[in-house]
Design a protein around this ligand. Structure first.
Ligand SMILES: [Zn+2]
Length: 880
């Protein structure tokens, strides 16, 4: 306490905002019937002093360091709470300048700190102006000077703790405020504020003092009056312990820096303290309300008892609404959590069934995370729900149903009981003086009645005391603590269990993340493909519009990628194959007529009957399939590319056509674009070359080249061949076509693929070849005898001169092998195929239009032979 001040910031314990309007003259603290402490404010202008006094038998006036002071009034007046405490406030209101002063709705507010008071006045009041419903507020009423210069009044208040006990200091900090209501601003204006400390009794712990920086040396002892009855230093332990009525335990009194101020029993002026001298402290918060000392002074029936009961009954209504709201909110939290748990469980079960499918990608995630961690969390939430029900909802419901709801009934019951008792008593007393047994009987009956009523009154009183004295609240607090403990424990259990699983989860997440990255990579690859396709089609469109050949772009990928798993076609090049072999493989869609064109047959390409076929070039064979979308079937016998040539078929009727020419027939294919056509010609040329070179042996490479199959093919070819011999061939623009062939790739090592060696000697091969036909015994181009060379694609035997010329034509026209030196080219298949051809058959085609006498003789110059051979095979001059 200090000087009465008009500013909240001043270090004053009693604060009066508007002294003439409302002045607090005196506070009497009353315990039982005794006034144990008086606090007076003396009007000694200019500074008003506050003086605390107490009777010597109650001990000294004491102070305690204010645990809640933040630079304001660091000391609090200390009051011991031995029993119920009453505070009596003496007020004066005065006229101001001859005008009446009126206070409207004077309100008393009790809180634990000035800050709380501020909150109530400034915040809570705005939210709920009905302050009478506020448990720690009272409405005193309206006061006015009513024409008098001043008006005095007294108001009493029974102290009840505002908060739970401060377990560290074993007491309660209190701030009280008197405020009046300003109608204009619709606000409460604090007029008087006062803070004090109530120390609990019995004192079970040593000290309500601060053990941190609290040092009373910061508080000047000088204001202690010199008329003190103690001449020694009042702070020394010896002097303290010698004083009458001190409540200081030895351990604490041994400290010279005790913060408990002890002053003389008579009266003192409370020191004015320097602002900022107070230490800051943060006392721990008591969690549990201590039981209040039982009030054994069961009041007699009378105004006090009735007023007490009325007060308690009023509180019941407020309590009823609050508890009901608490119960409802707990119940709805419980229900929504239960519903949420059920839904989460459904989600887990859904995941579970997904994960149970064969090769389910969900399995790992489900088993590692959801089955374990998810269930742990769900389990925690279920447990938490159960705890909420057991520890909170059920006890609160019981309190509400059994105690609070029955309060009304009990009140009614007591009121009736009371009425009946007093009615009866009135009748009893109105009876005339009786004598003898009758008198005894009626007196006994009265005593019984009285006893019964007193018992009921006692029970009702106890019930209401329990309901509002903190016992019921404490029961709830206890349950809440138990709930808190249970929830925290199961939460920590769950957390610990999850902690153990964390490394596995990290691994899982990492691998899922990597897989995801792969997918993203694939997706971007696909997008790139798509962009390329887009670009390609636009280029093609452009080309078709302008008719000019633009830059060559790769063959459309979609064509080669059509085949699906399970089809007999491979969609990817076999990485084991070398590049030549890979280039000799291709598959895709081509359009073609239903059947091959026989040599010499007139062809009109502008006819209907074009179909699309799935065509594969592989293993030296070209195969066509129909019904490729569902169940591919071989359309024609595969073409043995060993004896075939490929060239562009310039046709005015259809675009992008190329032809595969065998000694017996021609097959015309139509590609979808110029690039596609070039790609096919290139692939087929490569296949021809590698089959001639032995790298593309037709044996043992494809399932379709079984021996019987080969034989069947041969027969077929023979049939076609025999028919074609008599036909007249059509001339073609050979040189142009040859030029258009994509550059073939020259095969590298022959040993890349196993070629089947014929284990016969070379003479044997020579004789076999010569034995096939008499025409084979003369050079196909100059009739020289005993040719020892062979063109393995044209299937003709050659003398050494003509063989040399053939070699110079390039392998794309003729592939020459020695019949005496070559040991690897003549596979059994080749010999089989060779049997179907001979020099005569070949010349029937290649020399169909040859004028007589133009063919060189065996003894002709090499240059003559060379010119003839160029014209015959390169320029194809004598072809039909
Ligand atoms: Zn020759």
């Amino acid at each position: 306490m200090g000087a009465v001040s008009s500013s909240l910031n001043d270090p004053a314990a009693v604060y009066m905002a508007n002294e003439p309007r409302l002045r607090l003259d005196l506070i009497n603290v009353i315990s039982g019937t005794d006034t144990i402490l008086s606090i007076e404010t003396n009007d000694s202008s200019p500074a008003t002093m506050v003086t605390a006094k107490r009777e010597a038998k109650y001990g000294l006036v004491e102070f305690v360091q204010d645990v809640d002071a933040h630079g304001v009034a660091p000391l609090l007046l200390k009051v011991y709470k031995g029993g119920p405490l009453k505070m009596q406030f003496h007020f004066t209101i005065s006229q101001i300048d001859g005008a009446d002063t009126s206070l409207s709705g004077l309100t008393f507010i009790h809180a634990s700190s000035v800050k709380d008071i501020d909150n109530i006045v400034n915040r809570d009041f705005r939210q709920n102006p009905n302050m009478h419903t506020y448990p720690n507020a009272r409405l005193l009423g309206d006061y006015s000077t009513n024409g008098q210069p001043s008006f005095k009044f007294i108001w009493e208040w029974t102290w009840t703790p505002y908060t739970t006990i401060n377990t560290r200091y074993h007491g309660w900090r209190n701030s009280i405020c008197f405020a009046d209501y300003n109608k204009e601003t619709h606000s409460l204006c604090p007029l008087v504020q006062f803070s004090f400390w109530i120390q609990d009794l019995p004192k079970t712990l040593a000290s309500p003092l601060l053990d941190q920086t609290a040092s009373m040396s910061a508080v000047s002892p000088s204001p202690i009056p010199s008329n003190s009855t103690h001449t020694e230093d009042p702070f020394s332990p010896s002097s303290l312990s010698s004083m009458n009525g001190l409540r200081i335990c030895p351990s604490e009194s041994s400290h010279s820096d005790s913060t408990e101020i002890l002053v003389t029993p008579s009266s003192i002026n409370i020191p004015v303290l320097e602002a900022g001298a107070s230490p800051q402290a943060s006392p721990s918060i008591g969690l549990v309300m201590p039981p209040r000392p039982e009030d054994l002074n069961h009041p007699e029936d009378g105004p006090v008892f009735r007023a007490t009961m009325a007060e308690l009954e009023k509180r019941t209504a407020a309590q009823r609404a609050k508890i009901k709201r608490l119960l409802k909110s707990a119940q709805s939290a419980y229900e929504s959590q239960i519903a949420s748990n059920e839904q989460y469980e459904q989600f887990l079960n859904c995941l579970k069934s997904l994960s149970e499918a064969e090769n389910s990608p969900f399995r790992n995630t489900y088993e590692f995370y959801f089955e374990r961690v998810g269930r742990i969390i769900l389990n925690f939430q279920s447990t938490s729900c159960k705890d909420l029900l057991t520890f909170v909802i059920e006890p609160v419901k019981h309190l509400y149903d059994v105690d609070i709801k029955s309060a009304e009934f009990r009140k009614k019951e007591f009121d009736e009981e009371s009425r009946e008792y007093y009615n009866w008593t009135s009748r009893y007393l109105s009876k005339q003086e009786l004598a003898g047994k009758k008198k005894h009987d009626i007196d006994t009956k009265y005593q019984d009645k009285k006893k019964t009523f007193e018992l009921h009154r006692f029970d009702y009183y106890s019930f209401m005391q329990d309901l509002h004295g903190g016992r019921k609240e404490n029961e709830i607090v206890y349950q809440l603590c138990q709930y808190g403990e249970a929830q925290a424990r199961s939460y920590l259990d769950a957390a610990n269990n999850i902690q153990i699983l964390k490394p596995e989860l990290d691994t899982l997440l990492q691998s899922a993340g990597e897989t995801n990255k792969e997918w993203i990579k694939q997706r971007s690859g696909r997008e790139e493909q798509r962009r390329a396709l887009q670009k390609q089609s636009s280029v093609r469109e452009k080309k078709s519009i302008t008719g000019s050949a633009g830059p060559k772009s790769p063959a459309p990928r979609e064509v080669t990628n059509i085949s699906s798993p399970g089809s007999p076609f491979s969609s990817k090049p076999d990485p084991d194959l070398d590049i030549e072999s890979r280039n000799a493989r291709k598959e895709g869609l081509l359009w073609a007529l239903n059947r091959p064109v026989t040599i010499g047959e007139g062809i009109n390409l502008n006819i209907s009957g074009w179909h699309k076929y799935w065509v594969t070039v592989s293993g030296g064979r070209l195969s066509e399939y129909t019904n490729w979308k569902q169940n591919p079937e071989m359309h024609n016998e595969p073409i043995n590319l060993q004896v075939a040539q490929v060239r562009e078929a310039r046709s005015k009727e259809r675009r992008f056509c190329f032809e595969v020419v065998t000694p017996s027939y021609k097959r015309i294919y139509q590609a979808t674009s110029e690039d596609d056509m070039a790609s096919w010609i290139s692939a087929i040329s490569n296949a021809i070359l590698s089959s001639l070179d032995g790298t593309g042996s037709t044996v043992g490479q494809e399932g379709s080249s079984t021996p019987t199959h080969t034989k069947h093919v041969s027969n077929n070819i023979q049939n076609v061949l025999s028919r074609g011999l008599s036909s007249v061939n059509r001339r073609n623009t050979v040189s142009e076509n040859i030029r258009n062939l994509a550059k073939p790739i020259v095969p590298g090592k022959r040993s890349n693929l196993p070629s089947l060696k014929v284990e016969t000697d070379q003479l044997n091969i020579l004789s076999i070849i010569k034995g096939i036909s008499e025409s084979n015994c003369k050079c196909a181009d100059c009739d020289s005898p005993d040719p020892s060379w062979i063109s393995i694609n044209l299937m003709i035997t050659l003398c050494i001169d003509c063989g040399g010329v053939h070699r110079s034509l390039g392998t794309h026209i003729s592939k020459v092998r020695s019949l005496t030196l070559d040991t690897v080219s003549f596979t059994p298949d080749f010999i089989e195929a060779m049997k179907m051809y001979n020099n005569k058959l070949s010349n029937n085609i290649w020399e169909a239009l040859l004028p007589p006498g133009l063919k060189p003789q065996p003894n002709a110059d090499k240059s003559e032979k060379s010119a003839f051979i160029m014209a015959k095979y390169n320029e194809r001059k004598f072809l039909e």
